[in-house]
Design a protein around this ligand. Sequence first.
Ligand code: SF4
Length: 158
Amino acid sequence: MSLLLLSKGEVIMVSNIQQATSQKTGAVLVIGGGIGGIQTALDLAESGYYVYLVEQSPAIGGVMAQLDKTFPTNDCSMCILSPKLVECGRHRNIEIITCADVLDVKGEPGNFSVLIKKRARFVDETLCTGCGDCTKNCPVRYIPQVKEEERGNGPGKD
Ligand code: SF4
């Protein structure tokens, strides 16, 4: 298995831990789930590599997911990003690891070992359907529903 590390424009070819040989076949590790990491993961997955996409935040998409329009064409940001998010999430050669930090990389080209710390999500990802009910009932502030209620526009306020 081989790994590829991508971090803010820096690309490092590394390889796997499980094989004593330096054969560069098998899997790739992409660090960062922004648009660059997503496109890299898709390209590598289409090339036949199994991709581990590691993202420190709870979801992939990065800054581009927060934008309205993109420079210089003024294209809709989500119109570009959404199909890639869906393709990335459904691609059988891509495994997305969110809420995760890369703690250590050891080894040399042809034989690398990567230590990843995955933070607790407090939700069983295999059971969550994405219905969003927990967001509506979340007691933490700074979510849209809470702000609306604070302004008197929430449910039950006429
Ligand atoms: S309430 Fe819905 S979105 Fe929230 S954790 Fe449960 S299944 Fe997932």
